[in-house]
Design a binder for this molecule. Structure first.
Ligand code: GTP
Ligand code: MG
Length: 238
């Protein structure tokens, strides 16, 4: 009888991991606004060099980087500048991120802010032992000026964040050929929100299983994370 009670107490013990979604640059901040407005159970952090875009972003925490350098107008596609701006604000970014168990970094690839800053933020996550995923958005193929920056940026992000997934803006053109740019962005952004929600849910339940297992057996159980595919669905016109 006594043993039964003990078992019940042990198996009912769970810990919810603390999750942050961090948006970098224009695209990343747009996705973060979606999370914030959806009241998803995650902390939202927005980081940008563009003051106006950041003011229009909805997030729990906003970090405006490098006013002195960019005058609040973004980096105009200079990823080296985006990287430098993030480095200058490393302490502030680290303070906002510390204490989370899982971080999702969301960034457009091919601009300067997100492409340059993502690796800096991923490094901060690494040194705080945070499980980190990056979702990078590849620019449309007609944005020829961005392609090289996107490619190089992705390489530098992958070097510090192996769990990096890429979503192609181009894909939405097949699904919604008549969509405006705004409608296409919105559809891609919704698909990213769905992907993060689903991945976070699977990881969270994996962690709960692990904690229950440790409680019951005293042994560590490996957490297997089966990351879902990113699905893009049309019909987001609102
Ligand atoms: N899916 C999606 N893609 C976007 C969105 N906004 C921009 N993009 C794409 O992301 C790429 C990078 O753009 P931004 O995120 O605006 O760039 P940034 O990081 O702010 O960099 P700078 O403005 O150059 O400092 C663009 O070339 C677009 O293809 C968005 O809301 N959703
Ligand atoms: Mg920008």
């Amino acid at each position: 009888m006594e043993a039964d009670t003990k078992e019940t107490e042990e198996t009912s013990f769970t810990i919810e991991p603390r999750i942050a979604v961090v948006g970098l640059g224009g695209a990343g901040c747009n996705v973060v606004s979606g999370f914030y407005k959806e009241l998803a159970p995650v902390d939202t952090i927005a980081i940008n060099t563009d003051k106006k875009a950041l003011d229009e972003t909805a997030a729990d925490k906003k970090i405006y980087i490098c006013k002195a350098v960019t005058k609040g107008e973004g980096t105009k596609g200079d990823a080296r500048l985006g990287n430098k701006c993030a480095r200058v604000h490393e302490d502030e970014i680290e303070k906002a991120i510390r204490g989370h168990d899982i971080v999702f970094l969301i960034t457009g690839l091919g601009g300067g802010t997100g492409t340059g800053a993502a690796s800096v933020v991923a490094e901060i996550c690494n040194r705080n032992n945070i499980m980190t995923f990056t979702i990078g958005i590849n620019p449309f193929s007609f944005e020829a000026d961005c392609i090289q920056t996107a490619r190089e940026g992705l390489r530098s992000i992958r070097a510090v964040c192996p769990n990096t997934f890429v979503i192609e803006n181009d894909k939405i053109l097949d699904l919604m050929p008549d969509a405006t740019m705004k409608e296409a962005f919105r559809a891609v952004n919704r698909s990213i929100i769905g992907f993060v929600d689903e991945t976070a849910e699977r990881i969270a339940s994996g962690i709960k299983v692990e904690i229950l297992s440790i409680q019951k057996t005293g042994l560590m159980k490996e957490v297997a994370v089966d990351v879902p595919e990113i699905k893009i669905s049309p019909g987001i016109k609102t």
